[in-house]
Design a protein around this ligand. Structure first.
Ligand SMILES: [Zn+2]
Ligand SMILES: [Zn+2]
Length: 242
């Protein structure tokens, strides 16, 4: 599985970072986790074809994780007529609002057979010949999740956002199982507060994204070498083969 770190900023974009968005390629198909960046443009920028798109998995409905999906859905509806996809959006209200947006923008009747909207619940929500996606609740807000993507033996955990200061003890316990990559936010807590979780974490690699305030990049530098896995801070456009 090839992962492109499309958007690595926290809740606010920076001049060189979009908000949360990851593109995953597997078996010649394209999947995305979160769409805080303009998803259609990003698929094209990184050499993909919108017709190969299969599914978008959002962790929660905050705009820095969802605002870039509307144009993708719209383009798939009226322009990329050969495309089809599954969109996992964690609130029915947000799906309704998206469909209202499309309706009032006049991009034609919405093809709900090709473009399927789902409200995910805890557990495996999607599986095809390439990947499997499992939703794991976090306590960041109502209906917020981490997402575990599995491709054969390979497992990547996209943490989504966690509760402020990790007060609700909500880093998924799946981090106690072996995973190839853990993509972890770093905006709602300190390096010290995440430390007890990382001590138990059996990831092979850990990517910190969604970093705020920016001086936490220094704290992350200081964490390197403390745990039994590599820690890195990807920039937009970085690619990793798992
Ligand atoms: Zn966020
Ligand atoms: Zn959030």
């Amino acid at each position: 599985m090839k992962i492109t770190f499309v958007g690595t900023s926290h809740g606010v974009p920076a001049k060189d970072r979009y908000c949360s968005c990851y593109m995953i390629e597997s078996g010649g198909k394209i999947y995305m986790v979160d769409a805080g960046a303009p998803a259609a443009e990003m698929i094209l920028r990184y050499g993909g074809d919108v017709n190969d798109f299969r599914a978008l998995f959002t962790t929660h409905v905050h705009s820095d994780h969802t605002a870039g999906m509307v144009h993708l859905i719209s383009l798939m509806n009226w322009y990329y007529k050969q495309s089809s996809g599954d969109f996992f959006i964690t609130e029915q209200n947000h799906i309704d609002a998206t469909l209202r947006w499309l309706e009032t923008s006049g991009s034609g009747a919405f093809d709900k057979e090709r473009l399927r909207m789902h409200v995910p619940t805890e557990g495996v929500v999607y599986e095809d010949e390439n990947i499997k996606a499992e939703y794991i609740p976090t306590k960041h807000m109502p209906n917020a999740y981490s997402i575990l993507l599995t491709e054969g033996e390979k497992r990547v955990l996209f943490g989504g956002d966690f509760s402020p200061w990790l007060a609700k003890d909500d880093v998924p316990k799946v981090t106690e199982e072996e995973i190839d990559l853990f993509v972890c936010e770093m905006a709602h807590f300190t390096a010290e507060q995440i430390s007890p979780y990382l001590e138990k974490c059996r990831a092979k690699r850990l990517a910190f994204t969604h970093v705020y305030p920016l001086d936490k990049y220094n704290d992350i530098e200081a964490m390197k070498g403390k745990y039994c896995f590599d820690i890195f801070t990807p920039n937009d456009g970085d690619v990793m083969e798992i």
